[in-house]
Design a protein around this ligand. Structure first.
Ligand SMILES: Cc1cc2nc3c(=O)[nH]c(=O)nc-3n(C[C@H](O)[C@H](O)[C@H](O)COP(=O)(O)O)c2cc1C
Length: 264
């Protein structure tokens, strides 16, 4: 991963019962829309004095904050990469791991549950429906379920949210916040497809982690970086640690079926 170093110190706008962290954050970013480190709230805090003398602060500044749910579909590696990147960026992550994710991740990664939880700012069990992220009053910038099983997809679709992952997504939809579902199953049944369409219409982004081959990835690592980079694009977090399509390259013109690229 291409990395440059910028010191970042952050603090939360409110206490969540979890530890706060300061760290050196490292990343190259594109287009200038998101710089290394914590993006400050776009609206400055305003404090007014009420008639009774109490101070009231509107929109206290807070770091960018993303909820990440890992379910029992295959593809834990995407979640781990996303958590690593967001940690480097100084983005506050709130992590939920389902029971079946704990079972599948043992087959798919060398990291322990504790190591994965250690990548996040705050972590919860999927049973904990009293967690702050179960409420729409807890302010954050969206939910990513990565990977997202067909079971959790169905739960969110029908609003039957008896665990914290589906509840956090359900709440985000009702609050009009970003919900990114990295759905993983193949082939897809009518039921899966209908669930995806309904959730797309309800405002979610449906993101099957389908790799792009035009980048000619040399390794699984590159493929994962490309997919995770595109997932983060969907969340408004723009990185340059993966190959983006930039038009046909002249040096590759002989490989292009049916023609030569025109001069710009
Ligand atoms: C090794 C393994 C791989 C699995 N892969 C998938 C998958 O890719 N997609 C899926 O929908 N379910 C998959 N499952 C089944 C889910 O784990 C199962 O439906 C579970 O109930 C999902 O619950 P959760 O969404 O609460 O994690 C897999 C199960 C195992 C044991």
């Amino acid at each position: 991963m291409q990395i440059t170093t910028t010191a970042v110190t952050q603090h939360c706008g409110r206490r969540t019962g979890a530890q706060h962290f300061s760290q050196a954050s490292t990343l190259n970013t594109t287009s200038g829309s998101h710089k290394s480190g914590v993006e400050p709230h776009s609206v400055p805090a305003t404090t007014i004095t009420r008639a009774d003398g109490d101070l009231v602060t509107f929109m206290p500044p807070r770091p960018r904050r993303i909820v990440v749910g890992i379910t029992g579909a295959t593809g834990t590696i995407y979640a781990i990469r996303m958590l690593e990147i967001m940690r480097q960026l100084g983005i506050e992550t709130h992590l939920i791991i389902s029971k079946w994710a704990l079972a599948t991740l043992k087959y798919e990664t060398n990291l322990t549950e504790a190591q994965i939880r250690g990548l996040a700012h705050a972590t919860y069990t999927a049973k904990d429906l009293s967690a702050p992220i179960a409420s729409g009053s807890f302010q954050h910038d969206g939910v990513v379920i990565v990977p997202c099983s067909m079971k959790t997809l169905a739960a969110v679709r029908i609003g039957f949210c008896d665990d914290l992952i589906s509840r956090a997504a359900d709440v985000s939809l009702k609050e009009g916040r970003k919900v990114l579902l990295v759905v993983r199953e193949t082939p897809l049944s009518d039921i899966h497809l209908e669930n995806m369409l309904a959730l797309r219409r309800a405002g979610a982004t449906i993101f099957p982690p389908v790799p792009a081959f035009y980048t000619q990835p040399k390794s699984l690592d590159e493929m994962v970086n490309q997919s995770v980079g595109r997932m983060l694009d969907s969340m408004g977090i723009f990185l340059d640690n993966f190959h983006r399509w930039n038009g046909f390259e002249r040096s590759k013109k002989d490989k292009i079926p049916g023609g030569t690229p025109k001069e710009p």
